[in-house]
Design a binder for this molecule. Structure first.
Ligand code: SF4
Length: 369
């Protein structure tokens, strides 16, 4: 049924849509309003009363809507299902289909206050060379290992500054010969160790794992429910070995988290992965689905910059960075040394302040009243 919501001053008689215009649930007659002068408010209010998939007719005599309305519809996830005009000079008609609220398979989270969490790249060499590795790690990568005295100083200062959580990553941390000591040096903080779980099954690394405090959480990369996608991204046989590693870590009493990295939104793949994780006993809260960042070896993926990425200060043997996915990006480097940590946090906070001022001044530029 077509309903005329109307606005003050609009014609009392209901306008007739152009020939061939789709049947719609409601009509907004915007008169000569443009998108910047109230039309969008009327449309937004009307859209709230519609179900997903319903059509809203919008009529406007303002020429600028021919450009602005489709741009708005695309931005908010609605489709333009039909257009028409009463004459060559307008008024113009648009049928807008209400889109469903945007959903994503990727995990989201809250901003971590600066100073609560640090990431530490223990080393950059890795037994794998994944297609999308943001750290450009591989068996041939320079190790760039964090040494134990530096780590102790970092964690001591982090404690003084009120830090709570340390996440150790790489490269593959189990390629660091002193990983056990590094992990011990971070005792007292909530500790998570990221690993591909492939090389700690035997020898010294097995002993390192067995000796590790069970309060350390292990976060293992597993990209898919079966080997196909995971192996294509990470190397033949890596899925089965990761699964073995998860089993070993769980049998030794570790809390295991799983992180999947995906290039595309893949709801079916994610559903299958969750079913697999149910089978192997990974808790719901211990699952992370993350997109590929267009960093390091990744040729496609999410673009990241200081402006669109929440900071998660990240330390390497030779510097400090805005975020762990950006340690190969010179534009995201915030210090040339991991110490002093107060300076690293200070730079991050200064940048956030500048961004806050810029955002506020941007709002003023567009103030309408
Ligand atoms: S993504 Fe992880 S496992 Fe793969 S090469 Fe990089 S550091 Fe190694």
């Amino acid at each position: 049924m077509t309903t005329h919501l109307g606005i003050p001053g609009s014609p009392a008689a209901e306008p007739v849509p152009p020939a061939g215009f789709p049947t719609t649930a409601r009509l907004i007659d915007g008169g000569d309003m443009d998108c910047g002068s109230g039309l969008l408010l009327l449309i937004t209010r009307a859209m709230r009363r519609l179900e997903d998939g319903d059509l809203l007719a919008i009529r406007s005599a303002e020429p600028s809507v021919q450009v602005d309305l489709p741009a708005w519809a695309e931005m908010v996830g609605n489709d333009i299902a039909g257009v028409g005009s009463e004459t060559d000079q307008g008024p113009w008609w648009f049928a807008v289909r209400k889109g469903s609220a945007s959903t994503t398979v990727f995990s989201t989270g809250e901003r971590i206050p600066v100073g609560h969490r640090i990431w530490v790249y223990t080393n950059f060499d890795c037994n794998l060379a994944c297609l999308y590795c943001c750290a450009e790690s591989s068996p041939k990568a320079a190790a760039r290992r964090v040494d134990i005295p530096t780590a102790r100083k970092v964690f001591a200062e982090f404690g003084e500054l009120g830090g709570r959580e340390v996440i150790l990553t790489g490269g593959e941390p189990f390629m660091h010969p002193d990983l056990g000591e590094l992990v011990d040096a971070a005792a007292g903080f909530e500790r998570t160790l990221l690993t591909n779980a492939m090389i700690f099954g035997r020898g010294n690394r097995r002993k390192m794992l067995e000796d590790m405090d069970r309060s350390v959480k292990l976060q293992v990369s597993l990209d898919s429910a079966g080997p196909e996608l995971h192996d294509s991204q990470r190397g033949a046989g890596s899925w089965a070995r990761a699964l073995d590693g998860i089993g070993l870590a769980k049998s030794l009493g570790f809390q295991v988290r799983v992180a999947a990295t995906m290039l595309d939104e893949d709801p079916e793949g994610v559903t299958a992965l969750h079913a697999r994780l149910d089978e192997i006993g990974i808790a719901q809260d211990d699952r992370v689905i993350r997109p590929v960042a267009a960093e390091g070896y990744a040729e496609t993926g999410i673009h990241v910059s200081l402006d669109d990425l929440e900071p998660e200060p990240t330390l390497t043997a030779d510097g400090a960075w805005w975020h762990p996915v950006a340690v190969t990006n010179p534009n995201m480097r915030i210090a040339d040394s991991p110490l002093p940590l107060s300076e690293v946090f200070g730079v991050v906070n200064d940048i956030l302040d500048v961004q806050g001022v810029a955002a506020a001044s941007g709002r003023e530029v567009f103030r309408c009243a």
